[in-house]
Write a protein that binds this ligand. Sequence first.
Ligand SMILES: *Cc1c(COP(=O)(O)O)cnc(C)c1O
Length: 424
Amino acid sequence: MGSTQNLGQRYSAGDPGGEELSSTDHIALARARSAHNYSPLPVVIAEGQGAWVTDVEGRRYLDCLAGYSAMNFGHRNPDLLEAAHRQLDRVTLTSRAFYNDQFGPWVSALADMVGKEKVLPMNTGAEAVETGIKVARKWAYEVKGVPENEATIVVAGANFHGRTTTIISFSSDPEARTGFGPYTPGFRTVPYGDAAAIEEAIDHTTAAVLIEPVQGEAGVVVPPQDFLPRVREVCDRERVLFIADEVQSGLGRTGTVRACEHSGVVPDAYLFGKALGGGVLPVSAMVADEDVLGVIRPGQHGSTFGGNPLAGAVGRTVVRMLTEGPYLENARRLGEVLGRRLKEFVGDGVVSARSIGLWAGVDVDPSLASGKELCRRLAEHGVLVKDTHGSTVRMSPPLVISEEDLNWGLDRFAEVIGELRAGR
Ligand SMILES: *Cc1c(COP(=O)(O)O)cnc(C)c1O
């Protein structure tokens, strides 16, 4: 403790960038002085460019996590940096007490891109989900006529929608949930991918079905092809809102702006986050038509930072990049390479591999290594990925990665699997 305090003093006294500390020093300082709500790999990133990051000692790593898809456009994307720099020199925060000149153009571009009328901007993904829940409940009381305080929302098992008290109330992950009660009532959980179970869970109190079109944290779980269309049908028939949490699956990751496009489904509301801020700042939004978002009136929901001009400048650039840039095409083309090569490992240290676009979940043979151990070894070989739930590793490289670099990363994966199989 004493020595990490000294490290802390050195850090805060003379050296704003902390460049004089080694990786070991940084890790000791972080472990001593930050809450242990994460258990990071021992890599201390100092810089990033495109699909690559560099640590404090100058070692380079291929970033195949990309901030859980917040970094879809790569580190220091020049278009995003230019938009952010330009806006930093103008105005960064106004609050919604006033209008700002980035706001209107941004929300209208975002709504147009996904074919909806209106946007409610927030900051983090969890806030977008909270917005979806509040809007759905209010819609249920005011439009559908659900008796007050009785609204229910149907969600899927193994979901991940964020970390607020209400959201973890309907998590099925004991780690995320245990010890944080009492829980917010009003949620019904059914197995993911099971439209019949959704239909059964719906009754006169149901406001919405809230699901991820592809479950990210669960290990990149792609539902059966007819699942989302059937959810759409059920929601139409029962007069229930279909809310798609596209915080991780949206904005290019699967090769489309919305993962829902793969099954030709249009939900009533989209929740976006992560890549919407271009990896520059947290930006999220609920996007829907007026008949849904119109239930919220002044004073009923909002955020000090939501819709700030810096977010607007970056968010509008994200929309333009998705519309005009090569990102969707890259995700499709490179996603085929990723999917094809990962399949080759199945039966060979890998139990199964799923992918959609440039996004994959790989279940490693648990007798070989835990997901965490695999990630640790991959980092030693210069590739950053992240485990989830025991022996699953998910990969989501930035959409700017080159085919050569992607293949290089997969070669390293092959190397590590080979080592593990050889008992090294
Ligand atoms: C990451 C994530 C969230 C939460 O986003 P935060 O910005 O971490 O609050 C919500 N939904 C999904 C599907 C996510 O992947």
